[in-house]
Design a protein around this ligand. Structure first.
Ligand code: ADP
Ligand code: MG
Length: 240
């Protein structure tokens, strides 16, 4: 479902070049829920943004459902992202002037899906994330945990191949964090959607099936906390 091959990325500021990701390869299979664990500054968000097609890597390939997003044209990539990629942000990023239901429907508005069809799907997802009664409220009338539930529903409405979540529980207290992780796990099982969850917290990563650990831009793979391999490079590591 997701294949990363020899990916490297550097940021340039004038003559200064900062290498952030170094020769990273791995695979995530359909329906897996994987954590990308690393301390602040280790390159997690950069890797997630590259995989979501928000920027182009300096080197390497990113295949999603068999399509190489690195070699796609801008237009094709924008279209591909609308159909295949979901994103969940730490700060929810809901639109304040739209209701909960309208926020969830929004990705389908961009696909010109009929209002009645959009509405039905949005309400079904709202039910799945456990807050069906909030449909006609505005984001400011919801708690942080409830807003993240809305954001999760929005990410799922296009039935994407993979969902990337950047520190999805980073703004939440421990109890709410547990609730959100439970919802993500449930949806992963029920819908067979592939999830990549970025976190700097080992307890959050331990909730997932597999852990990919980043340190200073290098990938160190782990499986349920057992260190398996050290530096990557060479063939992709299949996580099974
Ligand atoms: P994480 O999400 O793991 O905290 P990031 O991917 O945000 O890490 O950042 C990794 C490194 O890349 C950091 O040293 C950061 O300063 C640097 N970095 C991130 N974005 C940029 C940018 N646009 N320009 C220059 N350096 C950047
Ligand atoms: Mg980050």
């Amino acid at each position: 479902m997701l294949q990363i091959d020899r990916l490297s990325h550097s940021f340039k500021n004038g003559s200064e070049v900062t290498a952030v990701l170094r020769d990273i390869s791995f695979r995530v299979h359909k329906g897996q829920m994987v954590a990308l664990l690393g301390s602040s500054g280790s390159g997690k968000s950069t890797l997630l943004h590259l995989m979501a097609g928000l920027m182009k890597p300096t080197e390497g390939d990113i295949l999603i459902a068999g399509h190489n997003i690195v070699s796609m044209s801008e237009n094709r990539l924008a279209e591909f992202r609308r159909h295949h990629i979901g994103f969940i942000f730490q700060a929810y990023e809901l639109l304040a002037n739209l209701t909960v239901r309208e926020n969830i429907e929004l990705p389908l508005v961009f696909q010109s899906v009929q209002p009645s069809v959009r509405r039905k799907k949005a309400l079904a997802l709202l039910e799945q994330v456990g807050i069906p009664e909030k449909a006609e409220l505005f984001p400011s009338q919801l708690s942080g945990g409830q807003q993240q539930r809305v954001s999760i529903a929005r990410s799922l409405i296009t039935e994407p191949s993979v969902i990337f979540a950047d520190e999805p529980t980073g703004n939440l207290d421990t109890r709410t964090e547990e609730e959100i992780l439970a919802i993500l796990k449930e949806l992963n099982k029920a819908l067979d959607t592939t999830f990549v969850i970025v976190t700097h917290e080992r307890e959050v990563a331990a909730q997932t099936e597999h852990i990919l650990s980043l340190r200073d831009g290098y990938l160190i793979t782990e499986r349920q906390g057992f260190a398996e391999a050290s530096l990557t490079g060479g063939p992709a590591i299949a996580i099974t």
